[in-house]
Design a protein around this ligand. Structure first.
Ligand SMILES: [Zn+2]
Ligand SMILES: [Zn+2]
Length: 363
């Protein structure tokens, strides 16, 4: 099968023929249907975050089960699945506490499968897995806990988005911050994940939804997804603009970029008692700071959101219900599709800020 390999940071990916082993006990082979190109992938390509190389990236995907290893009972060949980049072990302290997205497995599987080995080889050399997904490829072998069966009626392009952008963005609103009806929400960054924070806020019943970005086409898109106001941060100071639109400050603010200066703005634009949520993953050396006295005296909160604080197996079917009820826009998120051979074009488009979400669609 073919896969896009990152051999060296900052260099184009190479689409090559690689060997993929059969699934071992508790593992599943998935034929990838569609896979998103996400900012987190870009961090590793650019070296903003370190990762063992060579690696097959891709963490937002959906496909069709091709084969299952022994002891697998939740899926069968032919099943359509969403791939989950935080497979849960069901027996660690976080899983026991009902927070499987924080499962300990994540730190143990860096570049490997849960048993510490890999299923991917290129010219006899081991290739690293990425988040137990590695979907920028025609096929992937993943843990059974890393797939969730969905109806065959869901287009795989739409299903792929549930693997990261939608679940993270909507989850940040409904799970992490628990936005209440009638409240005011500011969203810094209206890209693939940020636009889903916007529609999550609409679904949660926020009365005022302010999208902040530097790109006019994204602000236009944000209005279609539910923003009541937009601010181009190139043209005006977003903190002041948000404060004046919300009678002194927003109840909630979401930072969906991963930059210290913007996290600071998200905290500063809050009303007293407001909650800021850091969703964007920052580069390795970024440190977040807030102005101390105003933070304490105004009783603000800054918290982080990983993977939408989601209970994936419960939340993804609910998101699909919202999609079928025409309240969650998914088809509209896909603004470009590419074959695997054009993965570098897809990455360049993401880096430029084109569109909302680009997908690699396998032949
Ligand atoms: Zn992602
Ligand atoms: Zn666990």
């Amino acid at each position: 099968m073919r896969a896009a390999i990152l051999h060296e940071v900052g260099k184009p990916l190479a689409v090559e023929t690689v060997d993929l082993e059969k699934p071992r006990p508790g593992e599943v082979a998935v034929r990838i249907g569609a896979t998103g190109v996400c900012h987190s992938d870009l961090h590793y390509i650019k070296g903003d975050l370190p990762f063992p190389l060579p690696v097959v990236l891709g963490h937002e995907a959906a496909g069709v089960v091709d084969a299952v290893g022994p002891e697998v009972d939740s899926v069968r060949p032919g099943d359509h699945v969403v791939m989950l980049f935080a497979p849960a072990c069901a027996r660690c302290r976080y899983c026991d506490a009902g927070r499987p997205h924080l499962c300990e497995l994540r730190s143990r599987v860096r570049g490997k499968m849960p048993d510490g080995s890999t299923r991917l080889q290129w010219k006899g050399r081991e290739l690293h897995h990425f988040t137990c997904v590695s979907s920028w490829a025609e096929m992937a072998v993943v843990p059974e806990a890393g797939v969730l069966r969905i109806s065959e009626e869901v287009p795989l392009t739409v299903a792929a988005l549930l693997g990261c952008a939608v679940t993270t963005g909507v989850g940040a609103v409904v799970n992490t911050a628990r936005v209440t009806p009638g409240s005011s929400v500011a969203v810094f960054g209206a890209g693939g994940v940020g636009i889903n924070v916007v529609q999550g806020a609409r679904i949660a019943g926020a009365a005022t939804i302010i999208a902040v970005d530097l790109l006019e086409h994204r602000l236009e898109a944000a209005r279609r997804f539910g923003a009541t106001h937009t601010i181009n941060a190139n043209e005006e100071d977003p903190v002041r603009a948000i404060q004046s639109l919300t009678r002194g400050g927003a109840d909630y603010a979401f930072e969906v970029i991963g930059r210290a200066a913007v996290v600071r703005q998200a905290v500063e634009c809050l009303a007293r008692g407001g909650v800021a949520v850091a969703v964007g993953i920052p580069p390795a050396r970024e440190e977040y700071t807030v102005g101390g006295p105003a933070f304490v005296l105004n009783e603000k909160t800054l918290r982080a959101c990983f993977y939408g604080s989601a209970h994936l197996r419960a939340d993804i079917p609910r998101l699909l219900e919202l999609y079928y009820g025409e309240r969650l826009l998914l088809d509209e998120l896909v603004t470009a599709t590419y074959p695997l051979d054009r993965v570098n074009d897809a990455v360049a488009a993401l880096d430029r800020g084109d569109g909302l979400r680009g997908l690699l669609v396998m032949g």
